[in-house]
Design a protein around this ligand. Structure first.
Ligand SMILES: NC(=O)c1ccc[n+]([C@@H]2O[C@H](COP(=O)([O-])OP(=O)(O)OC[C@H]3O[C@@H](n4cnc5c(N)ncnc54)[C@H](OP(=O)(O)O)[C@@H]3O)[C@@H](O)[C@H]2O)c1
Ligand SMILES: [Zn+2]
Ligand SMILES: [Zn+2]
Length: 351
């Protein structure tokens, strides 16, 4: 066991502060990673503030599951990674590797998966601690290769925001000739726009923030709709093949079901705690479907990273020192981020 530097919260209402946490010494199949950047996902905010009734937070909590770093050490049986390799870690740090979900490459649904934070830690007891830290130890099966041509601060958010938007688009066959809506231009939404555009679709962004219109176009949208404007919304009625809903708060999903064409699909990735009220008629008329999607498996996460490497895709980030994490959370809640905070972990050295 060794001590790593980290930032944690002590309760749902406490600010983040510097701390030291225990990490296990790498075992045979483990990779020890020096963390260079970690993105701030809205899920970190939900969890740090105990906003999900189904997943109560265990304190102290160290969030962070958009991790990019360099391999510092490998266990004796590790074959795929070497010291110095650039690697990523997303929402999972372990899975059993043997169950039907793992066999299908869907480790996020493994009944024995260990998530990167707030998940029972079978090695050290307590819960796992995430990437707001200078070091982490991860089973090699959950470690991703990072393409060498990409900006690392902008790669970190791919490990959650990237795969969470890429995966449902691949599942729903987003491609040239399809019209795709992206609802909520935040960390997830802006990656959704980039992927939908890269996959060849006609992309329409739906935002509550008129000030994001120009950015949406620059990020790859063909059209931008301010969703509070009913006339603008009506123009797209019955026309979208697929809608990705990446909104972090309560909102009216039915308004988007009306925009789907026959057999269209709306996939929810945004995760507000309060249940949505869904109109049965909104789905029945037009044989429409409503789905959810949870991150993505390891194989597909690697595919997404390689896709980003080939296309030069990264997140648009504002790089901050860890000392600004409290301010970043407040700004995230005010939708004042373009479009992901990425924490430079070099800033932990002074703690
Ligand atoms: N399913 C998964 O596997 C998965 C993975 C990661 C995250 N998530 C969840 O996805 C959600 C989004 O995460 P994120 O990191 O992208 O968050 P984010 O950066 O805060 O973006 C959320 C966006 O939602 C829109 N929004 C916020 N409040 C709203 C409101 N009251 N009404 C309508 N729109 C509102 C805003 O976009 P506009 O300004 O454009 O309106 C905002 O930028 C979170 O709930 C997170 O927990 C799910
Ligand atoms: Zn996330
Ligand atoms: Zn499994």
């Amino acid at each position: 066991m060794y001590k790593a530097k980290a930032y944690s919260v002590a309760s749902a209402t406490s600010p983040f502060g510097a701390t030291r946490i225990a990490r296990r010494d790498p075992m045979a199949h483990d990779v020890q990673i020096e963390i260079l950047f970690c993105g701030i996902c809205h899920s970190d905010v939900h969890q740090a503030r105990n906003e999900w009734s189904g997943m109560p937070t265990v304190y102290p909590c160290v969030p962070g599951h958009e991790i990019v770093g360099r391999v510092a050490k490998v266990g004796s049986a590790v074959t795929r990674f070497r010291q110095g390799d650039l690697v990523g870690v997303g929402c999972m740090v372990d899975s059993d590797g043997t169950c039907p979900e793992c066999q299908a490459g869907l480790e996020q649904f493994c009944p024995n998966a260990t998530f990167t934070y707030n998940s029972p830690d079978e090695h050290l007891g307590g819960v796992t601690h995430g990437g707001y830290s200078d070091s982490v130890v991860v089973d090699e099966r959950s470690v991703l290769r990072v393409p060498s041509n990409l900006d690392l601060a902008g790669v970190a958010p791919l490990l959650c925001a990237g795969i969470t938007t890429y995966s449902p688009m691949r599942r729903q066959g987003v491609t040239k000739g399809k019209k795709v809506g992206v609802v909520g231009l935040g960390g997830l939404g802006h990656m959704g726009v980039k992927f939908a555009r890269a996959l060849g679709a006609h992309v329409v962004v739906f935002t509550t923030s008129p000030g994001k219109k120009e950015d949406a176009l620059r990020l790859g949208a063909h059209e931008v709709v301010v969703s509070r404007n009913a006339a603008e919304m009506r123009k797209h009625a019955g026309s979208l093949d697929f809608v990705l809903d990446a909104v972090s708060a309560e909102h009216d999903v039915n308004a988007y079901l009306q925009l789907l064409r026959r057999d269209g699909n709306l996939t929810l990735v945004g995760a507000p705690d309060k249940p949505h009220a869904i109109s049965a008629f909104g789905l029945i008329f037009g044989n429409k479907s409503l789905s959810g999607s949870l991150i993505g498996g390891i194989r597909q996460t690697q595919e997404m990273l390689d896709f980003c490497g080939e296309r030069g895709i990264t997140a648009d980030v504002e790089v901050i020192p860890i000392q600004k994490v409290n301010e970043a959370y407040e700004r995230l809640l005010r939708q004042d981020v373009k479009y992901r905070f990425s924490i430079d972990m070099g800033s932990l050295k002074s703690e």
